[in-house]
Design a protein around this ligand. Structure first.
Ligand SMILES: [Fe+2]
Length: 196
């Protein structure tokens, strides 16, 4: 009978080695050195800042999905679609931010509980709200992200981290500014049928 390296039978080798446990290979907050010609302090600062924008972007993303599901009223259909489009765009940003953090040698936030502990966007109620309230929440969340992203973009440029500066300006800031435009126009009180 053939034997596996561990001494078991050939049949035994087919058993998945599940329920394994070991220490983490990198703790959250630790930044490893990568050969990308960037100072350790600049990488560390960017990782910390990007994790904050990541937590707020993931929260804004989920706020869009909540509103996509819970929206009510005569504008249900266009808002249902718009909220989902913005959800997808924010989801792309989450992935871009997370992969930038790993590229810099950091550890990205990932799980909902960790995101909830980190975000500075106010927690909405579980229940449904009227459209103007939904949109007001979104605009407040966008403004939080835009404010911190602008500050962090400047800090990244000062530290020589042009890649992070570019990501924050070209992706995060521009996407959020455009979404604010699309969403905020729904709070302009213009007549639907008869002009004033
Ligand atoms: Fe859906």
């Amino acid at each position: 009978m053939s034997r596996s390296r561990s001494g078991g039978t050939a049949l035994g080798r087919a058993r998945p080695l599940d329920r394994q446990k070991a220490h983490e290979i990198q703790a959250f907050g630790q930044v490893i050195h990568r050969t990308i010609a960037l100072s350790e302090s600049a990488a560390r600062q960017s990782v910390e800042n990007l994790n904050q924008v990541l937590a707020d972007t993931a929260t804004l993303r989920d706020l869009y999905k909540k509103h996509h599901w819970q929206v009510a009223g005569p504008t249900f259909y266009p808002l249902h679609l718009l909220f989902d489009k913005h959800y997808e765009e924010q989801n792309e940003l989450v992935d871009t931010l997370a992969e930038r953090i790993q590229s810099l040698g950091g550890v990205t936030l990932a799980m909902a509980a960790d995101v909830a502990e980190t975000t500075i966007i106010p927690r909405p109620p579980r229940g449904r709200e009227e459209v103007p309230v939904q949109i007001s929440r979104l605009l407040h969340a966008h403004e939080i992200v835009l404010k911190e992203a602008r500050t962090m973009a400047r800090l990244a440029a000062e530290g020589g981290d042009d890649g992070t500066n570019d990501l924050l300006v070209s992706d995060v800031i521009r996407t959020n500014e455009k979404q604010v435009w699309f969403v905020s126009e729904h709070l302009v009180d213009v007549p639907l049928v008869r002009a004033d």
